[in-house]
Ligand binder design. Structure first.
Ligand SMILES: NC(=O)c1ccc[n+]([C@@H]2O[C@H](COP(=O)([O-])OP(=O)(O)OC[C@H]3O[C@@H](n4cnc5c(N)ncnc54)[C@H](OP(=O)(O)O)[C@@H]3O)[C@@H](O)[C@H]2O)c1
Length: 258
């Protein structure tokens, strides 16, 4: 928080110095500066308690759900079979008033919707959730194709993040948590050191909420721009996966420039 306040002061100081030198008053520049400052302010806030629908009860849903519940959020798993024994076991393991219901019901009752389903199922899953306008969609998906040598390739023209935004145009899609393994989401300390969660999306407050989730889990969070950069995060997963196949597995950590 201290670093954020320091940066905000720096942005203001620089802007006012430039304004007085070249233009006594520029509405556009002042508004632009305020937008940057507001974004930095939201970014620094801890994530307020919300109801989070986690659609999918597999590796990623089963890793993020319990973490979000530990942070004080109410988790509702969205499942095709909410009464299934493994889904009920996940609800019990999650605790903190977690529950499971059909995916559309979970999404309707939530402020934040996590799309924790395989890419091939994502379009059907997102489109079956009803109107998601105004909600935050947290997108950890990766559209990956494996070639004959087992090397990963990005499997869509644009990006999974942009396609999800297209399927739910009124929602605030935030791409995050796609660049690490589910095991590390379950146990961040197992990474053996700091890790960075890169985040993209068009809504500053939505990104700040997701950054708060990442920080709450013990990760660093870095804003890497609008949803049009989702392809960059998805390529990060591709090169990380291929480095693992080629014998040098790693996790992402961005050392800040001093
Ligand atoms: N695994 C990782 O380490 C990892 C890491 C980062 C990102 N990701 C990405 O996260 C997403 C989820 O990966 P995952 O490994 O958690 O997948 P997974 O273990 O296969 O779980 C996917 C879940 O999606 C649900 N689902 C909803 N609609 C479905 C349908 N039509 N057919 C099949 N399942 C459906 C299922 O839950 P119900 O049976 O309860 O409906 C299923 O458990 C993927 O896009 C993946 O690329 C994975």
């Amino acid at each position: 928080m201290r670093a954020i306040l320091f940066n905000i002061t720096k942005v203001f100081a620089k802007e006012f110095a430039t304004m007085s030198a070249y233009a006594p008053f520029s509405k556009t520049r002042l508004l632009a500066t305020l937008a940057v400052v507001a974004g930095m302010f939201f970014w620094a806030l801890p994530a307020a308690a919300e109801t989070i629908a986690v659609i999918g009860t597999g590796n990623v849903g089963g890793a993020l759900g319990p973490q979000f519940a530990k942070l004080g959020h109410t988790v509702i798993y969205g499942s095709r079979e909410p009464q299934r024994a493994d889904v009920q076991a996940l609800v019990a393991h999650t605790g903190h008033n977690a529950s499971a219901m059909l995916s559309a019901d979970a999404a309707r009752n939530a402020d934040v919707v996590v799309i924790a389903v395989k890419w091939d199922d994502a379009e059907v899953a997102v489109k079956s959730l009803g109107d998601l306008s105004g909600k935050i969609i947290l997108d950890p998906t990766n559209a990956v194709r494996l070639d004959a040598q087992g090397i990963r390739h990005h499997a869509v023209e644009t990006s999974a993040g942009q396609m999800i935004q297209g399927w739910a145009p009124g929602a605030k899609v935030v791409k995050a948590f796609n660049t690490l393994g589910a095991g590390t989401m379950t146990d961040p300390a197992s990474a053996g050191g700091p890790m960075t969660i890169p985040i993209v999306g068009d809504d500053a407050q939505a990104k700040a909420f997701v950054a708060g989730l990442a920080r709450g889990m013990g990760f660093d969070a870095v804003d890497m721009g609008g949803i049009e950069f989702a392809h960059a995060l998805e390529q990060m997963l591709i090169v990380r996966g291929n480095a693992g196949v080629l014998g040098t597995p790693f996790n992402y950590y961005f050392r800040p420039v001093p």
